[in-house]
Write a protein that binds this ligand. Structure first.
Ligand SMILES: Nc1nc2c(ncn2[C@@H]2O[C@H](COP(=O)(O)OP(=O)(O)OP(=O)(O)O)[C@@H](O)[C@H]2O)c(=O)[nH]1
Length: 589
């Protein structure tokens, strides 16, 4: 019995021992699991809440206490709506409700703080499934700080939609906004305008003062445009020196919108022409502006942009620092120009371009020289007027090759006249682009040497506008060319800036009175007075004067009586092919 009892006690003790060991093992396992869980939770960089459906915080893990808006113990017991802004709280409560309905919710984002302290969070919420029946539901919510991701998204958005230099919207953003404006204008029956703005001769500032100064100018231009914007309108930078202003709701109809758009453009034009101060220096710049109105039937944003661009180009053609409205005819003109440019490229190779010469006579009517003129005999169009193809040649750069060829013709002609002891001079036009080429002086020297022409008989005709741009550089270049022996004449004098102050500073030989003044002299008192005053200015400055477009004996007599030195016009000869004229001169005139 004792043995039995003893055995039972031993058995019981052993079972207890085993149960205790098992319990100890389980406790230790549970502790391990709990520790693992604790470590896992600590490793999660998010805030972890236990919430009620009403947004009350029942528990909060604060391993990232820095992210909390207040110490953790102060937050427990409070409701979300007591802690965060009303809009953020409303979103969080909606996310809780969604988790209540479906078991979980993820992706709701909310913001805490504002300005520089602003931080963004994203919520993931799961409903706790172990609530006893009748017990209010509880939720576990992870709140992840996504501020860095938001900032990086904002940076990417900014890079994609804004111009880095000026901070203005870029082309993509503009197109997007235009799309919306166009829709809104159609729906509201309102007319808006698109203004295409391109700075005039911006390349010169870049070339002369450097790209970084050009950048600073662009930034100031952007600022001036922004300062003048009406609320809701936008200004974008398309790239380079091109800006676009989108003006909404100008008027209820095209009739009234036109003048209103013009008034806006004029305000911008005037603002942009005021001097710019950069690094304590003053710079001047102007802009050409093209306008198109919208909406127009069947026209999308790209059409509108193209129209405003076309109108801007027309403003440039008309002399820059101007505003032009788009007209449908302009598009045809652009097409025509492109075709002309293409044809002009082939023209030189196919021998369609020819040099003509128009004689110049002295007061006694004796031929003293001639002006070389370019003629283009197009196989289909026939003779294309220089006023039509020279601007195309200028714009496309073809003028450089064409100009070189004309200078070569002039020098070869001079060499042949010299060889025959014919003491005549030849004038040839030099375009601004040609004159400003870096190696223009060297090219001139090369042609003079290779042809053996006497430079004293070569007269380079330049326009007033060429002279006035970069006056100091112009003077330096002209002086170098003067040293080679060539002489300078101002073509179409009186039609451009006519600033007499610069005449004194330039190493000039001659003024050519524009034919528009000669035409109505001596009958028109104004033109007569202009012609006489040009001759008088020339005499005081010791310059030779040639009148162009002399067609009648009365004009010639008046000019000679007014002491004009040279005459050119139909009265003395129409332009004729150079070789034909030269052959006659070589035979004695
Ligand atoms: N500084 C600066 N220059 C730029 C930038 N982007 C383009 N450009 C230059 O801007 C100039 C634009 O010249 P254009 O508009 O073609 O010609 P322009 O000299 O203004 O002459 P017009 O437009 O015919 O009056 C070019 O020389 C470009 O190299 C930029 O971000 N910064």
């Amino acid at each position: 019995m004792g043995l039995l009892l003893g055995g039972s006690v031993w058995l019981l003790a052993t079972a207890r021992e085993r149960a205790l060991r098992l319990a100890r093992g389980m406790t230790s396992e549970l502790r391990g699991t709990r520790d693992d869980l604790e470590s896992t939770l600590n490793a999660i960089p998010d805030l972890l809440f236990e919430l009620g459906l009403d947004g009350r915080i029942h528990h909060l893990r604060h391993s990232r206490a820095a992210l909390l808006p207040a110490p953790a113990q102060m937050l427990v017991g409070q409701r979300m709506q007591d802690i965060v802004a009303p809009d953020a709280a409303a979103g969080c409560l909606a996310a809780l409700q969604a988790a209540h309905d479906t078991g979980h919710s993820a992706g709701h984002q909310y913001r805490l703080g504002s300005g520089g302290d602003e931080r963004w969070f994203e919520l993931s919420i799961a409903r706790k499934e172990n609530a006893a029946p009748g017990e209010a539901p509880r939720f576990i919510a992870l709140s992840r700080d996504i501020t860095e991701r938001k900032l990086s998204e904002a940076r990417t958005y900014h890079l994609a939609y804004f111009d880095a230099l000026t901070g203005l919207p870029n082309r993509r953003m503009l197109l997007d906004r235009m799309e919306r404006s166009l829709d809104a204008a159609r729906r509201a029956g309102q007319v808006g305008a698109l203004l295409f703005i391109d700075l005039d001769n911006f390349k010169q500032i870049n070339d002369a003062r450097g790209h970084s100064l050009g950048d600073l100018l662009l930034v100031q231009v952007a600022q001036r445009l922004v300062d003048l914007l009406a609320p809701g309108d936008i200004v974008a930078r398309l790239g380079g020196d091109e800006f676009v202003v989108l003006v909404h709701d100008l008027a209820g109809g095209m009739q009234d919108a036109g003048p209103a758009a013009m008034a806006v453009a004029e305000t911008l034009r005037v603002a942009l022409e005021a001097p710019y101060t950069i690094h304590q220096h003053l710079y001047s710049s102007t802009a050409s502006i093209g306008i198109t109105l919208f909406p127009k039937p069947d026209e999308g944003v790209e059409d509108l942009l193209r129209e405003a661009d076309t109108a801007m180009y027309r403003a440039k053609d008309l002399g820059r620092n101007r505003i032009r409205f788009y007209e449908a005819a302009m598009q045809a003109d652009v097409q025509e120009r492109l075709t002309l440019e293409q044809d002009l490229k082939n023209a030189a190779a196919e021998g369609q371009l020819a040099a003509f010469v128009q004689p110049q006579v002295n007061a006694a009517g004796v031929v003293v020289g001639g002006e070389l003129l370019m003629r283009w005999n197009h196989p289909v169009r026939g003779s294309v007027p220089p006023a039509r193809f020279i601007p195309v040649a200028e714009a496309s750069g073809l003028i450089l090759r064409m100009g070189d060829w004309m200078i070569l013709q002039a020098c070869e002609t001079l060499a042949r006249l010299q060889a025959a002891q014919r003491d005549l001079s030849i004038s040839v036009n030099v375009s601004e682009r040609q004159f400003r080429q870096d190696d223009f002086v060297e090219r001139m020297r090369g042609v003079l040497v290779s042809t053996g022409a006497n430079p004293a008989h070569l007269i380079l005709e330049v326009t007033e506008s060429l002279l006035i741009e970069n006056l100091d550089d112009t003077i330096a270049r002209m002086t170098e060319l003067r040293r080679l022996g060539v002489r300078f004449s101002i073509d179409d004098f009186g039609t451009g800036y006519s600033s007499l102050a610069y005449l004194k500073r330039l190493p000039l030989y001659e003024l050519k009175i524009d034919k528009s003044f000669v035409q109505d002299a001596p009958h028109d008192p104004n033109d007569t007075a202009i012609v006489q005053s040009i001759i008088s200015v020339a005499r005081h400055l010791n310059l030779h004067v040639v009148a162009e477009g002399v067609e009648t004996r009365a004009q010639a007599d008046f000019l000679v009586a007014s002491q004009c030195n040279g005459l050119q016009g139909y009265l003395f000869g129409r332009p004729e092919p150079l070789q034909q004229w030269l052959a006659r001169q070589l035979q004695g005139g």
